[in-house]
Design a protein around this ligand. Structure first.
Ligand SMILES: [Zn+2]
Length: 455
């Protein structure tokens, strides 16, 4: 009896254990390929240094698309094409300027106009400033803002260990702040940068005007300057600020998602999408946001090919257009997929920086999530321990909305991301080669497991 029980248990344990061992060996081969022969870092260098900033509608956007097409072809995609979509064409128009007017001299403020904002014109605006710490305070003091510049000084909440939660919490002041102030007659808005960095670089990002109110100029202020201005206003002194931005929204223009495909052998109609967004803000090189996600996605394809893997399902790498100030690329990709009757089986995005991977955020049914979680031990040797419910990525979000496609987003360590996010400091030198590659290793491992076992 004892013997029979032992035999039965032995069999039950052995078969999955054997499969697990094979998976572990295959993932080891993927990791070796990426960590020893990886191309992601060199690809990122070319994208950031030879193309650079690539905001939607800019000449560099087209250069980046050409880079993406060529790089996907060189990385083994069987078919590469550009999918057209209309994108907004916002331009900064020149150097943004601001200062606190003073006697005997002015105190400069380091500012960046918010994406999609209107400019002040060449003369600029000069007006007294009202310090507002929250939307609740704005409502209480709404009679004080007419003809003035509203300065939102809402801080990143440092109690959040995951900094994306602080970003989510503060983001509404950049997104909705200008229109909410315009509603009460403000002439311009300054926003404390969405960051907890120790330096003074301003962090741009999109604002979204409410068409019911006048569109007023809006700019982000570096944190040291925000503290300086707040200290002045908190000491009951009045302050007059001058702001000049030449920002301007031009008519929509043609942009493209860049798509590289590798046909599946068993279920070619089932599509697995891996991507990042190709556009980036204009003051920097968009290295972490989101050059990293683009080159990691390409690396997944390259490495799986290099080790001789044959996918059951069709794998597509998509470099999405226009995430930053419109999400037109992700929207178009899902809409066209729907119109063509495609089957979108799974989608993954990397758009939280090229830092040390920690986990994945997963939007899926409880059963799918439970299945993915059984694979956790396979990721652990490569630094991923957390497979948590929620999110995935902005560009792949529309696939979930239209197809209920399960989503996964790479979640790297978030402590340094908002130091550089949308700021001048988001440059190639801020990316570590090994951290970038380890992200790609874990992405490739999850793609392999989903392709092999299904969800
Ligand atoms: Zn991004």
């Amino acid at each position: 009896m004892m013997r029979r029980m032992f035999t039965a248990c032995f069999l039950v344990l052995t078969l999955p254990a054997l499969a697990r061992q094979n998976d572990s060996l295959l993932i080891r081969a993927i990791a070796d390929e990426i960590l020893v022969n990886g191309k992601a870092y060199e690809n990122l260098r070319v994208l950031t240094k030879q193309v650079g900033a690539r905001l939607s509608g800019s000449p560099a956007m087209y250069k980046a698309e050409a880079w993406g097409k060529k790089t996907l072809e060189q990385s083994g995609a069987e078919k590469v094409w550009l999918q057209e979509c209309m994108v907004p064409h916002w331009v900064r128009g020149g150097k943004d300027e601001a200062y606190i007017a003073g006697q005997p001299k002015n105190t400069p403020l380091d500012v960046l106009a918010l994406g999609n904002s209107v400019g002040t014109g060449a003369k600029g605006v000069k007006a007294p400033v009202v310090l507002i710490n929250s939307f609740d305070e704005l409502e209480q003091r709404k009679d004080e803002v007419k003809g003035k510049i509203v300065f939102y000084n809402y801080k990143f909440n440092n109690k959040f260990v995951k900094t994306f939660n602080a970003y989510g919490d503060a983001g509404k002041y950049r997104g909705m702040g200008p229109s909410r102030a315009a509603k009460y007659g403000a002439v311009a808005v300054l926003v404390r940068s969405m960051s907890n960095a120790a330096d003074n670089n301003p962090h741009t990002g999109s604002t979204v005007y409410n068409d019911s109110f006048p569109k007023i100029p809006a700019a982000a202020v570096g944190l040291q300057d925000a503290d300086k201005l707040a200290a002045l206003l908190n000491s009951n002194k009045s302050a007059t600020v001058y702001l000049k931005t030449l920002a301007n929204m031009l008519p929509d223009t043609i942009g493209h998602n860049v798509i590289g495909e590798w046909k599946g052998s068993e279920f070619p109609e089932q599509i697995i999408t891996i991507g990042g967004h190709l556009d980036s803000w204009d003051p920097a090189e968009g290295a972490h946001d989101d050059g990293a996600g683009c080159v990691q996605s390409i690396e997944v394809l390259r490495a799986l090919k290099a080790i001789g893997y044959k996918p059951k399902r069709t794998i597509r790498v998509v470099l999405f257009a226009n995430e930053e100030n419109g999400l037109r690329g992700g929207t178009k990709y899902a809409q066209e997929a729907k119109a063509k009757g495609e089957q979108h089986y799974f989608a993954m995005e990397s758009d939280e920086g090229g830092f040390t991977p920690r986990g994945f955020g997963i939007t899926a049914t409880p059963e799918q999530l439970a299945k993915i979680r059984t694979w956790t031990p396979l990721f652990e040797p490569y630094g991923v321990f957390e497979l948590e419910a929620g999110y995935g990525g902005a560009d792949i979000g529309p696939l979930n909305q239209l197809f209920k496609t399960p989503l996964a987003g790479l979640e790297p360590d978030s402590q340094r991301y908002f130091d550089i996010h949308h700021a001048r400091s988001d440059v190639f030198e801020a990316v570590n080669k090994r951290e970038l590659e380890l992200g790609a290793v874990n992405m490739a491992a999850l793609i392999y497991l989903v392709d092999k076992y299904g969800l």
